[in-house]
Design a protein around this ligand. Structure first.
Ligand SMILES: [Zn+2]
Ligand SMILES: [Zn+2]
Length: 138
């Protein structure tokens, strides 16, 4: 997929102005999920077009740490319940948008059953930052 067609690149490059941008700096952007599955559902994206978590390398360690911290801080700011937080990355082939993004969802217990299955670390298609960081440090 070319970057001009990528929905997240279009938000990052301000071609699509509809998105609810909660935070932006030179490396990352935080937006509200267009289709929230719970009261608080945000996405942290790198500005660099990285297709998915499989394309990350050891060079991205700081970026992934930064994304994770920024997401947690934003959820705190939103007064989301961090004890009921689900956060992570869709793992191919179950990533619907081919631009790396980390989901932060709270309260996760409010999600519908199907969402609970999709956003569960018990399946292999949704992994948390700790899993990715461990993989990159290998
Ligand atoms: Zn993109
Ligand atoms: Zn996703």
């Amino acid at each position: 997929m070319s970057e001009s067609k990528c929905v997240f690149c279009r938000i990052i490059n301000k071609i699509d102005k509809e998105a609810d941008i909660l935070h932006e700096d030179d490396e990352i952007i935080i937006i509200k999920d267009k289709f929230p599955v719970s009261e608080n559902h945000i996405l942290v994206l790198p500005k660099e077009h990285i297709t998915n978590a499989k394309y990350l390398s050891a060079n991205h360690l700081n970026l992934v740490e930064k994304m994770n911290e920024a997401g947690i801080n934003k959820m705190k700011e939103l007064n989301a319940d961090l004890n009921d937080l689900r956060s992570g990355f869709n793992w191919p082939p179950l990533n619907t948008i081919n631009h790396l993004h980390q989901h932060f969802i709270s309260p996760s217990s409010n999600m519908s059953l199907i969402r609970k299955i999709i956003f569960s670390h018990k399946n292999f298609f949704f992994v948390d930052a700790a899993y990715i960081l461990k993989r990159l440090r290998r």
